[in-house]
Write a protein that binds this ligand. Sequence first.
Ligand SMILES: [Cu+2]
Length: 458
Amino acid sequence: MFSRRGFLGTAALLSASAVTGRVQAAAIPEAPTMDKAVMQPPLHPTSGPEYRPVVTLNGWTLPWRMNGDWKEFHLVAEPVVREFAEGMKANLWGYNGQAPGPTIEAVEGDKVRIFVTNKLPEHTTVHWHGMILPSGMDGVGGVTQPHIPPGKTFVYEFQLKHSGTFMYHPHSDEMVQMAMGMMGMFVVHPRDPAFRPVDRDFVFVMSSYLIDPGTYLPKVNEMTDFNMWTWNSRVFPGIDPLPVRLGDRVRVRIGNLTMTNHPIHLHGHNFSVSCTDGGWVPESAQWPETTIDVPVGAIRAFDVLADNPGDWAFHCHKSHHTMNAMGHDVKNLIGVSRKDLAKAVGKLAPDAMVMGSTGMAMGDMEMPAPDNTLPMMTGTGQFGPIEMGGMFTVMKIREGLARDDYKDPGPYQFPKGTVAWEVEAPSNEPARQGPANAKPPAKDTRGGKPTHMKHMKM
Ligand SMILES: [Cu+2]
Protein backbone atom coordinates (compact mmCIF):
# COMPACT_ATOMS: atom_id res chain seq x y z
CA MET A 1 0.00 0.00 0.00
CA PHE A 2 0.94 3.61 -0.05
CA SER A 3 3.37 4.62 2.62
CA ARG A 4 2.19 7.40 4.84
CA ARG A 5 4.58 10.08 3.75
CA GLY A 6 2.28 12.69 2.36
CA PHE A 7 -0.47 10.29 1.41
CA LEU A 8 -3.50 12.34 0.49
CA GLY A 9 -6.09 9.57 0.38
CA THR A 10 -7.90 8.14 -2.59
CA ALA A 11 -9.48 10.04 -5.38
CA ALA A 12 -11.62 13.01 -4.54
CA LEU A 13 -11.31 12.52 -0.81
CA LEU A 14 -10.86 16.23 -0.51
CA SER A 15 -13.47 17.26 -3.04
CA ALA A 16 -15.78 18.35 -0.24
CA SER A 17 -13.57 21.37 0.20
CA ALA A 18 -14.03 22.28 -3.43
CA VAL A 19 -12.47 25.55 -4.37
CA THR A 20 -11.82 27.10 -7.75
CA GLY A 21 -9.33 29.32 -9.44
CA ARG A 22 -5.62 29.86 -9.47
CA VAL A 23 -5.40 31.56 -6.10
CA GLN A 24 -6.67 28.62 -4.11
CA ALA A 25 -4.71 26.29 -6.34
CA ALA A 26 -1.58 27.69 -4.77
CA ALA A 27 -2.23 25.25 -1.95
CA ILE A 28 -0.33 22.31 -3.32
CA PRO A 29 -1.76 18.82 -2.76
CA GLU A 30 0.40 16.42 -0.83
CA ALA A 31 2.37 13.90 -2.84
CA PRO A 32 1.66 10.20 -2.27
CA THR A 33 4.65 7.89 -2.40
CA MET A 34 5.08 4.16 -2.98
CA ASP A 35 7.61 1.94 -1.23
CA LYS A 36 6.95 -1.33 -3.11
CA ALA A 37 7.50 -2.64 -6.62
CA VAL A 38 4.43 -4.92 -6.66
CA MET A 39 1.29 -4.37 -8.69
CA GLN A 40 -1.29 -2.38 -6.72
CA PRO A 41 -5.02 -3.00 -7.12
CA PRO A 42 -6.90 -0.82 -9.62
CA LEU A 43 -7.83 2.62 -8.26
CA HIS A 44 -11.54 3.04 -8.92
CA PRO A 45 -12.84 6.56 -9.39
CA THR A 46 -14.97 7.87 -6.53
CA SER A 47 -16.29 10.86 -8.46
CA GLY A 48 -16.86 11.87 -12.06
CA PRO A 49 -17.59 9.49 -14.91
CA GLU A 50 -17.30 5.75 -14.27
CA TYR A 51 -14.46 3.85 -15.95
CA ARG A 52 -12.55 0.61 -15.51
CA PRO A 53 -9.16 1.61 -14.11
CA VAL A 54 -5.94 0.12 -15.42
CA VAL A 55 -3.43 -1.90 -13.44
CA THR A 56 0.25 -1.13 -13.82
CA LEU A 57 2.69 -4.06 -13.89
CA ASN A 58 4.76 -3.76 -10.70
CA GLY A 59 3.30 -0.31 -10.25
CA TRP A 60 0.48 1.88 -9.11
CA THR A 61 -1.86 4.73 -10.05
CA LEU A 62 -1.30 8.21 -8.63
CA PRO A 63 -4.14 9.29 -6.33
CA TRP A 64 -5.56 12.75 -6.99
CA ARG A 65 -7.90 15.26 -5.45
CA MET A 66 -10.63 17.39 -6.93
CA ASN A 67 -10.23 21.12 -6.54
CA GLY A 68 -13.34 22.70 -8.00
CA ASP A 69 -13.54 21.16 -11.44
CA TRP A 70 -9.79 20.55 -11.63
CA LYS A 71 -8.26 17.13 -11.02
CA GLU A 72 -5.04 17.76 -9.11
CA PHE A 73 -2.00 15.49 -9.07
CA HIS A 74 1.41 15.94 -7.52
CA LEU A 75 4.53 14.36 -8.98
CA VAL A 76 7.83 14.54 -7.13
CA ALA A 77 10.93 13.93 -9.28
CA GLU A 78 13.52 12.34 -7.00
CA PRO A 79 16.28 9.74 -6.62
CA VAL A 80 14.81 6.29 -5.85
CA VAL A 81 15.98 2.75 -5.24
CA ARG A 82 14.17 0.35 -7.57
CA GLU A 83 14.31 -3.41 -7.16
CA PHE A 84 14.64 -5.00 -10.63
CA ALA A 85 13.99 -8.51 -9.28
CA GLU A 86 14.79 -10.17 -6.00
CA GLY A 87 18.54 -9.92 -5.58
CA MET A 88 19.12 -6.72 -7.51
CA LYS A 89 18.40 -3.08 -6.80
CA ALA A 90 19.35 -0.03 -8.82
CA ASN A 91 19.85 3.59 -7.90
CA LEU A 92 17.56 5.38 -10.34
CA TRP A 93 15.72 8.65 -10.68
CA GLY A 94 11.95 8.48 -10.73
CA TYR A 95 8.79 9.93 -9.27
CA ASN A 96 7.03 9.53 -5.92
CA GLY A 97 9.27 6.80 -4.60
CA GLN A 98 9.57 4.52 -7.64
CA ALA A 99 10.86 4.38 -11.19
CA PRO A 100 8.91 4.44 -13.37
CA GLY A 101 6.59 6.95 -11.77
CA PRO A 102 2.96 6.15 -10.97
CA THR A 103 0.45 5.85 -13.79
CA ILE A 104 -1.75 8.92 -14.12
CA GLU A 105 -5.38 8.14 -14.93
CA ALA A 106 -8.08 10.62 -15.87
CA VAL A 107 -11.06 10.97 -18.21
CA GLU A 108 -11.43 12.59 -21.61
CA GLY A 109 -12.54 16.19 -21.05
CA ASP A 110 -11.04 16.40 -17.54
CA LYS A 111 -9.15 19.51 -16.59
CA VAL A 112 -5.94 18.39 -14.93
CA ARG A 113 -3.53 20.38 -12.81
CA ILE A 114 -0.27 18.56 -12.24
CA PHE A 115 2.22 19.90 -9.73
CA VAL A 116 5.81 18.82 -10.30
CA THR A 117 8.31 19.22 -7.49
CA ASN A 118 11.96 18.76 -8.35
CA LYS A 119 13.97 16.95 -5.69
CA LEU A 120 16.74 15.93 -8.10
CA PRO A 121 20.21 17.41 -7.88
CA GLU A 122 19.68 19.06 -11.29
CA HIS A 123 16.88 20.79 -13.18
CA THR A 124 14.09 18.88 -14.93
CA THR A 125 10.76 19.25 -16.76
CA VAL A 126 7.85 16.94 -17.57
CA HIS A 127 6.71 16.40 -21.14
CA TRP A 128 3.26 14.84 -21.69
CA HIS A 129 4.01 12.54 -24.62
CA GLY A 130 1.22 12.30 -27.18
CA MET A 131 -1.09 14.82 -25.51
CA ILE A 132 -2.77 17.50 -27.59
CA LEU A 133 -2.27 20.53 -25.35
CA PRO A 134 -1.23 24.21 -25.37
CA SER A 135 2.40 24.66 -26.39
CA GLY A 136 3.41 26.19 -23.05
CA MET A 137 2.34 22.99 -21.25
CA ASP A 138 4.49 20.70 -23.42
CA GLY A 139 7.39 20.52 -21.00
CA VAL A 140 10.37 21.02 -23.32
CA GLY A 141 13.00 22.79 -21.23
CA GLY A 142 14.28 25.93 -22.93
CA VAL A 143 11.68 25.73 -25.73
CA THR A 144 8.33 25.92 -23.97
CA GLN A 145 9.32 26.71 -20.39
CA PRO A 146 12.31 27.36 -18.14
CA HIS A 147 13.70 24.18 -16.60
CA ILE A 148 12.41 23.47 -13.09
CA PRO A 149 15.37 24.17 -10.77
CA PRO A 150 16.16 21.77 -7.91
CA GLY A 151 13.89 22.40 -4.95
CA LYS A 152 11.22 24.21 -7.00
CA THR A 153 7.65 23.26 -7.94
CA PHE A 154 6.01 24.05 -11.29
CA VAL A 155 2.40 23.46 -12.26
CA TYR A 156 0.99 22.21 -15.56
CA GLU A 157 -2.65 22.80 -16.45
CA PHE A 158 -4.48 21.46 -19.46
CA GLN A 159 -7.69 19.84 -20.56
CA LEU A 160 -7.60 16.27 -21.82
CA LYS A 161 -8.92 16.57 -25.35
CA HIS A 162 -8.65 12.92 -26.32
CA SER A 163 -8.89 9.55 -24.64
CA GLY A 164 -6.06 7.09 -25.19
CA THR A 165 -2.65 6.02 -23.94
CA PHE A 166 0.14 8.50 -23.32
CA MET A 167 3.42 8.79 -21.38
CA TYR A 168 5.30 11.36 -19.39
CA HIS A 169 9.05 11.91 -19.17
CA PRO A 170 11.50 14.82 -18.86
CA HIS A 171 12.69 16.97 -21.76
CA SER A 172 15.62 18.21 -19.72
CA ASP A 173 19.12 16.77 -19.59
CA GLU A 174 17.48 14.41 -22.04
CA MET A 175 19.89 11.51 -22.23
CA VAL A 176 20.68 11.34 -18.53
CA GLN A 177 17.20 11.61 -17.09
CA MET A 178 15.52 8.94 -19.19
CA ALA A 179 18.55 6.67 -18.86
CA MET A 180 18.09 7.05 -15.10
CA GLY A 181 14.50 5.75 -15.34
CA MET A 182 12.37 8.91 -15.36
CA MET A 183 9.11 8.03 -17.09
CA GLY A 184 5.54 6.98 -16.48
CA MET A 185 2.29 6.19 -18.28
CA PHE A 186 -0.74 8.46 -18.61
CA VAL A 187 -4.07 6.82 -19.45
CA VAL A 188 -7.05 8.91 -20.47
CA HIS A 189 -10.29 6.94 -20.33
CA PRO A 190 -13.09 7.64 -22.81
CA ARG A 191 -15.90 9.77 -21.38
CA ASP A 192 -18.35 7.22 -22.77
CA PRO A 193 -17.81 4.00 -20.77
CA ALA A 194 -19.36 2.04 -23.65
CA PHE A 195 -16.48 3.00 -25.98
CA ARG A 196 -14.38 -0.14 -26.49
CA PRO A 197 -14.68 -1.36 -22.90
CA VAL A 198 -12.46 -4.18 -21.64
CA ASP A 199 -12.52 -6.30 -18.48
CA ARG A 200 -8.81 -6.02 -17.68
CA ASP A 201 -6.48 -3.29 -18.72
CA PHE A 202 -2.73 -3.65 -18.13
CA VAL A 203 -0.15 -0.96 -18.69
CA PHE A 204 3.64 -0.70 -18.59
CA VAL A 205 6.56 1.20 -20.10
CA MET A 206 9.79 -0.37 -21.34
CA SER A 207 13.19 1.00 -20.39
CA SER A 208 16.73 -0.32 -20.66
CA TYR A 209 19.87 0.14 -18.60
CA LEU A 210 23.52 -0.76 -18.57
CA ILE A 211 24.37 -1.66 -14.99
CA ASP A 212 27.64 -3.51 -14.59
CA PRO A 213 27.40 -6.69 -12.49
CA GLY A 214 27.93 -5.85 -8.84
CA THR A 215 27.09 -2.15 -9.27
CA TYR A 216 23.93 -0.06 -8.71
CA LEU A 217 24.08 2.89 -11.05
CA PRO A 218 23.12 2.86 -14.76
CA LYS A 219 25.82 4.00 -17.17
CA VAL A 220 23.87 6.79 -18.80
CA ASN A 221 26.23 7.31 -21.73
CA GLU A 222 25.52 3.89 -23.21
CA MET A 223 23.55 3.99 -26.45
CA THR A 224 23.32 0.40 -27.70
CA ASP A 225 24.83 -2.23 -25.43
CA PHE A 226 22.35 -2.46 -22.55
CA ASN A 227 22.18 -5.42 -20.18
CA MET A 228 18.89 -4.76 -18.38
CA TRP A 229 15.81 -4.90 -20.63
CA THR A 230 12.93 -3.96 -18.41
CA TRP A 231 9.18 -3.68 -18.21
CA ASN A 232 8.48 -0.96 -15.69
CA SER A 233 12.08 -1.22 -14.53
CA ARG A 234 11.63 -4.90 -13.62
CA VAL A 235 13.13 -8.00 -15.23
CA PHE A 236 11.99 -11.62 -15.22
CA PRO A 237 11.42 -13.28 -12.78
CA GLY A 238 10.59 -9.97 -11.11
CA ILE A 239 7.86 -8.96 -13.58
CA ASP A 240 4.29 -9.56 -12.38
CA PRO A 241 2.28 -12.17 -14.25
CA LEU A 242 -0.90 -10.99 -15.97
CA PRO A 243 -3.75 -12.86 -14.25
CA VAL A 244 -6.82 -12.97 -16.48
CA ARG A 245 -10.24 -14.55 -16.13
CA LEU A 246 -11.16 -16.93 -18.95
CA GLY A 247 -13.40 -15.04 -21.36
CA ASP A 248 -12.20 -11.59 -20.33
CA ARG A 249 -11.56 -8.96 -22.93
CA VAL A 250 -8.06 -7.76 -22.12
CA ARG A 251 -6.14 -4.67 -23.17
CA VAL A 252 -2.37 -4.36 -22.77
CA ARG A 253 -0.85 -0.90 -23.26
CA ILE A 254 2.91 -0.77 -23.84
CA GLY A 255 5.12 2.31 -24.02
CA ASN A 256 8.69 2.20 -25.30
CA LEU A 257 11.33 4.60 -23.97
CA THR A 258 14.32 2.36 -24.70
CA MET A 259 16.68 3.00 -27.61
CA THR A 260 15.44 0.14 -29.78
CA ASN A 261 12.19 -1.44 -30.94
CA HIS A 262 10.63 -4.41 -29.15
CA PRO A 263 8.48 -7.01 -30.93
CA ILE A 264 6.15 -8.06 -28.11
CA HIS A 265 4.66 -11.51 -28.53
CA LEU A 266 1.76 -13.28 -26.81
CA HIS A 267 1.33 -17.03 -27.10
CA GLY A 268 -1.91 -18.92 -27.65
CA HIS A 269 -3.99 -16.04 -29.00
CA ASN A 270 -4.27 -13.50 -31.73
CA PHE A 271 -4.98 -9.87 -31.08
CA SER A 272 -5.34 -6.54 -32.81
CA VAL A 273 -3.74 -3.19 -32.17
CA SER A 274 -6.47 -0.97 -30.77
CA CYS A 275 -4.64 2.18 -29.76
CA THR A 276 -1.38 4.04 -30.26
CA ASP A 277 -0.15 7.27 -28.69
CA GLY A 278 -1.80 8.92 -31.70
CA GLY A 279 -5.27 7.65 -30.76
CA TRP A 280 -7.66 4.76 -31.31
CA VAL A 281 -7.22 2.58 -34.38
CA PRO A 282 -10.55 2.32 -36.21
CA GLU A 283 -11.84 -1.26 -36.07
CA SER A 284 -11.99 -1.34 -39.87
CA ALA A 285 -8.22 -0.68 -39.95
CA GLN A 286 -7.19 -3.44 -37.53
CA TRP A 287 -5.70 -6.75 -38.56
CA PRO A 288 -4.80 -9.87 -36.58
CA GLU A 289 -1.36 -10.21 -35.03
CA THR A 290 0.43 -12.34 -32.47
CA THR A 291 3.44 -10.02 -32.21
CA ILE A 292 3.36 -6.27 -32.19
CA ASP A 293 6.48 -4.23 -32.76
CA VAL A 294 6.61 -1.25 -30.43
CA PRO A 295 8.83 1.43 -31.97
CA VAL A 296 11.04 3.76 -29.94
CA GLY A 297 9.15 6.66 -28.43
CA ALA A 298 5.78 5.11 -29.16
CA ILE A 299 2.89 3.28 -27.55
CA ARG A 300 0.98 0.28 -28.80
CA ALA A 301 -2.07 -1.15 -27.08
CA PHE A 302 -3.59 -4.43 -28.15
CA ASP A 303 -6.95 -5.97 -27.34
CA VAL A 304 -7.27 -9.73 -26.95
CA LEU A 305 -10.11 -12.07 -26.05
CA ALA A 306 -8.67 -14.40 -23.40
CA ASP A 307 -10.52 -17.51 -24.58
CA ASN A 308 -7.73 -20.06 -24.23
CA PRO A 309 -7.01 -21.16 -20.66
CA GLY A 310 -3.42 -21.83 -19.63
CA ASP A 311 -0.07 -20.24 -18.91
CA TRP A 312 0.91 -18.18 -21.96
CA ALA A 313 4.37 -16.74 -22.39
CA PHE A 314 4.33 -13.00 -23.05
CA HIS A 315 7.69 -11.56 -24.02
CA CYS A 316 9.90 -9.50 -26.29
CA HIS A 317 10.84 -11.62 -29.29
CA LYS A 318 14.41 -10.34 -29.45
CA SER A 319 15.88 -13.24 -27.54
CA HIS A 320 18.72 -11.15 -26.11
CA HIS A 321 16.03 -9.02 -24.49
CA THR A 322 14.85 -12.03 -22.46
CA MET A 323 18.26 -12.22 -20.78
CA ASN A 324 19.77 -10.36 -17.87
CA ALA A 325 23.35 -9.12 -17.62
CA MET A 326 25.66 -11.17 -19.81
CA GLY A 327 28.96 -10.84 -21.62
CA HIS A 328 28.27 -10.10 -25.29
CA ASP A 329 31.76 -10.94 -26.52
CA VAL A 330 31.77 -14.57 -25.33
CA LYS A 331 32.76 -17.06 -28.06
CA ASN A 332 30.26 -19.68 -29.19
CA LEU A 333 31.83 -23.03 -28.31
CA ILE A 334 28.94 -25.30 -29.34
CA GLY A 335 30.37 -28.25 -31.27
CA VAL A 336 33.92 -27.76 -30.03
CA SER A 337 35.46 -30.91 -28.60
CA ARG A 338 34.88 -30.78 -24.90
CA LYS A 339 38.00 -32.68 -24.02
CA ASP A 340 40.40 -30.51 -26.00
CA LEU A 341 38.73 -27.34 -24.93
CA ALA A 342 38.57 -28.23 -21.25
CA LYS A 343 42.25 -29.08 -21.38
CA ALA A 344 43.12 -25.75 -22.96
CA VAL A 345 40.86 -23.69 -20.73
CA GLY A 346 41.90 -25.63 -17.64
CA LYS A 347 45.47 -24.51 -18.12
CA LEU A 348 44.37 -20.89 -18.01
CA ALA A 349 41.45 -21.00 -15.55
CA PRO A 350 41.13 -24.15 -13.45
CA ASP A 351 37.51 -23.40 -12.34
CA ALA A 352 36.09 -22.46 -15.74
CA MET A 353 33.09 -24.18 -17.35
CA VAL A 354 32.84 -24.58 -21.08
CA MET A 355 29.47 -23.35 -22.31
CA GLY A 356 27.37 -25.54 -24.60
CA SER A 357 29.89 -28.35 -24.68
CA THR A 358 28.75 -30.51 -21.77
CA GLY A 359 25.11 -31.18 -22.60
CA MET A 360 24.10 -28.58 -20.02
CA ALA A 361 21.80 -25.76 -21.00
CA MET A 362 22.73 -22.44 -19.52
CA GLY A 363 19.77 -22.61 -17.13
CA ASP A 364 21.42 -25.57 -15.38
CA MET A 365 24.56 -23.69 -14.58
CA GLU A 366 25.27 -21.94 -11.39
CA MET A 367 28.12 -19.56 -11.43
CA PRO A 368 29.26 -17.36 -8.59
CA ALA A 369 28.26 -13.75 -9.23
CA PRO A 370 29.02 -10.48 -7.48
CA ASP A 371 26.45 -9.06 -5.05
CA ASN A 372 23.49 -7.23 -6.59
CA THR A 373 23.72 -9.27 -9.81
CA LEU A 374 20.95 -11.36 -11.35
CA PRO A 375 21.63 -14.55 -13.26
CA MET A 376 21.59 -13.97 -17.01
CA MET A 377 18.70 -16.45 -17.34
CA THR A 378 16.70 -17.83 -14.50
CA GLY A 379 13.27 -18.69 -13.15
CA THR A 380 11.73 -22.08 -12.51
CA GLY A 381 8.34 -23.34 -13.69
CA GLN A 382 6.40 -26.47 -12.78
CA PHE A 383 8.38 -28.43 -15.39
CA GLY A 384 11.85 -27.09 -14.65
CA PRO A 385 14.10 -24.15 -15.42
CA ILE A 386 12.64 -21.38 -17.58
CA GLU A 387 16.01 -20.02 -18.72
CA MET A 388 15.00 -16.45 -19.30
CA GLY A 389 15.37 -12.99 -17.84
CA GLY A 390 14.57 -9.49 -19.04
CA MET A 391 11.33 -8.81 -20.89
CA PHE A 392 9.42 -11.99 -20.12
CA THR A 393 6.35 -12.86 -18.09
CA VAL A 394 3.26 -15.05 -18.32
CA MET A 395 -0.39 -14.29 -19.00
CA LYS A 396 -2.28 -16.69 -16.71
CA ILE A 397 -5.75 -17.34 -18.02
CA ARG A 398 -8.00 -19.12 -15.53
CA GLU A 399 -11.65 -19.88 -15.13
CA GLY A 400 -13.58 -18.05 -12.46
CA LEU A 401 -11.21 -15.36 -11.19
CA ALA A 402 -13.01 -12.55 -9.40
CA ARG A 403 -13.31 -9.31 -11.34
CA ASP A 404 -10.57 -7.35 -9.59
CA ASP A 405 -8.50 -10.34 -8.51
CA TYR A 406 -4.93 -9.78 -9.72
CA LYS A 407 -3.25 -12.26 -7.38
CA ASP A 408 -0.89 -14.72 -9.03
CA PRO A 409 -3.10 -17.82 -9.44
CA GLY A 410 -0.02 -20.12 -9.42
CA PRO A 411 0.96 -22.59 -12.13
CA TYR A 412 -1.70 -23.84 -14.54
CA GLN A 413 -3.26 -27.22 -13.71
CA PHE A 414 -3.03 -28.84 -17.12
CA PRO A 415 -5.90 -31.25 -17.91
CA LYS A 416 -4.60 -34.83 -17.97
CA GLY A 417 -3.05 -35.83 -21.28
CA THR A 418 -2.73 -32.30 -22.66
CA VAL A 419 0.99 -31.74 -22.06
CA ALA A 420 3.58 -32.76 -24.68
CA TRP A 421 4.90 -36.16 -23.62
CA GLU A 422 7.79 -38.49 -24.17
CA VAL A 423 7.32 -41.49 -26.45
CA GLU A 424 9.23 -44.75 -26.69
CA ALA A 425 11.85 -44.26 -29.36
CA PRO A 426 15.19 -45.84 -30.21
CA SER A 427 17.75 -43.88 -28.30
CA ASN A 428 20.52 -43.89 -30.93
CA GLU A 429 19.42 -43.01 -34.47
CA PRO A 430 15.91 -41.64 -35.13
CA ALA A 431 14.31 -42.84 -38.37
CA ARG A 432 14.87 -40.28 -41.08
CA GLN A 433 13.11 -39.76 -44.37
CA GLY A 434 15.32 -38.54 -47.18
CA PRO A 435 14.58 -35.42 -49.22
CA ALA A 436 11.18 -35.71 -50.95
CA ASN A 437 12.64 -35.71 -54.47
CA ALA A 438 15.58 -38.01 -53.74
CA LYS A 439 15.79 -41.19 -55.81
CA PRO A 440 15.67 -44.40 -53.77
CA PRO A 441 19.03 -46.21 -53.69
CA ALA A 442 19.58 -48.19 -56.92
CA LYS A 443 20.41 -51.32 -55.03
CA ASP A 444 19.60 -52.31 -51.49
CA THR A 445 23.05 -53.05 -50.20
CA ARG A 446 21.86 -54.16 -46.77
CA GLY A 447 19.50 -56.89 -47.87
CA GLY A 448 16.31 -55.21 -46.67
CA LYS A 449 14.31 -52.07 -47.22
CA PRO A 450 16.34 -48.91 -47.72
CA THR A 451 17.40 -47.84 -44.24
CA HIS A 452 15.78 -44.46 -44.43
CA MET A 453 12.39 -46.15 -44.95
CA LYS A 454 12.73 -48.77 -42.28
CA HIS A 455 10.65 -47.24 -39.51
CA MET A 456 8.28 -45.21 -41.58
CA LYS A 457 4.58 -45.76 -41.29
CA MET A 458 2.56 -44.12 -44.02
CU1 LIG B 1 13.02 -6.25 -26.88
